[in-house]
Design a protein around this ligand. Sequence first.
Ligand SMILES: Cc1cc2nc3c(=O)[nH]c(=O)nc-3n(C[C@H](O)[C@H](O)[C@H](O)COP(=O)(O)OP(=O)(O)OC[C@H]3O[C@@H](n4cnc5c(N)ncnc54)[C@H](O)[C@@H]3O)c2cc1C
Ligand code: HEM
Length: 436
Amino acid sequence: MALNYKESKLVKETIPALRQHGEHISTVFYKTMLRDHPELHNYFNTVNMHTGKQPKALTQLILAFASNIVNISELVPKLERVAQKHASLNIQPEHYEIVGKYLLRAFSAVLGPAMTPDVKMAWTKAYWVMAKMLTGREVHLYREFEEWKGWRKFMIYSKKNETIEGNIVSFLLKPVDGKPLPTFMPGQYITLRLTVPGMKYAQLRQYSLSDAPSYDHYRITVKRDQGSNWDYAGGDDAMTVSSAATSASDSSIGSVHPGRPGVVSNSLIDEFHEGDSIELTHPAGAFSLNTNMDNSMPLVLISAGVCVAPLMAMLNTLVEKRINRPVSWIQASRHDAPFRAEVEAIAKRHPNMRTKFFRSRLSDSDVLSYTSSFDDDFLSLTPDDLYLSNSSTDFYVTGPELFLTQAASHLSKQGVKKERVHFEIFSVGSFEVKMA
Ligand SMILES: Cc1cc2nc3c(=O)[nH]c(=O)nc-3n(C[C@H](O)[C@H](O)[C@H](O)COP(=O)(O)OP(=O)(O)OC[C@H]3O[C@@H](n4cnc5c(N)ncnc54)[C@H](O)[C@@H]3O)c2cc1C
Ligand code: HEM
């Protein structure tokens, strides 16, 4: 199935033109695919489609793959993230036929006469090499999920405010079938599916599991998206795609515009109560801490806002399994830090754990709080806070893009190697780490 020299050359020769028209491809591809297969709206995050983040992520990965066709190993971490996301969304091998058909049509539309039968054949082959890699991994993951296939019903057992403001709420979820829950790697997430009034299609969102694995419940922690979080917009560039992607057929999807409150988070917090049921897929995700291996190296857990959730699962798992790694907990937060009391209680019982809490300097009403600079916070960290004397220290960092960029830059300046740092972003598309 691998591409021969001639096919690989044909593919590579067309990459510059495809790159140049990447956004056009994304728009044409998704618009035509969703027009002919509206049922796929039930899988795609409406906002990520409108902002263009999702189409862009897919097209960029395919082009990166085609440019690296002889050295695919470099793309393995990215492919793993995608396969895990697809598995969490219950994407099936037959979906690849549809995506391939519309993607190649969009390539043809952009390349025009340059899409000769030979070039088309070469691109078809390239697409399927990648599709086979993804489906191969996804089938393997589905096998690991055992009898939990697709959506499983859970009941909201309890709800708890994690901040005084009530904008971050934890949900304890128990499976309705009463059967034991599988374990997961702390750091992983579930996909939650809701039917929201006024929205024509199912709304799927990922939420990190925020507590150690348990046989009878999972915990997720949800932040109310008030609608001013421009982090999701991805800049002017993304907005261009957004308006282009807003086709006539989209008007039936429901309210999708910048600034409107988040659909799923607000619905969950305001309209879902103890005893109500929701649906989840099996835990998945490439961002995870392996707590099964013997490891006594220090661990630095750095987070901002609600992105603390997967790190809380890591911390609680370490405590539950009595793993004695030195831990440094660094948490930035605009309001009261969620889980602060829980973390401080753990630190009190564990002498080799240290904590540092930062509070944003901007006022509550300032909508730019989440994009404010964290540089001063990072500069105030001591070498001991980051266990810099040990070159085997592992770093897990979660937060909005700017926070991650500044964390990466700070750690890089401190001499921390890229391989030791793991990032998670609560959005689509992997965070490009700029570290030495
Ligand atoms: C791996 C992963 C883990 C996650 N874990 C967590 C977690 O533990 N806790 C948590 O709270 N969240 C988590 N998230 C985020 C979560 O999945 C949702 O994205 C979040 O809850 C917002 O969803 P929503 O439906 O409320 O908002 P949406 O309805 O999706 O809206 C999001 C934002 O987009 C804006 N918007 C709407 N339309 C447009 C448009 N056309 N153009 C530009 N902007 C627009 C809205 O104003 C809003 O601010 C995670 C995400 C991922 C990918
Ligand atoms: C070779 C083919 C494919 C490639 C290269 C690809 C690539 C990607 C990428 C890069 C992401 C973003 C992952 C992240 O960082 O979170 C993604 C997410 C996603 N993919 Fe695919 N994909 C492919 C096939 C498919 C197919 C066949 C489907 C099913 C219709 C699909 C549905 C989705 C969905 C629903 C998401 C999540 C979108 C969101 O949350 O906004 N993909 N894919």
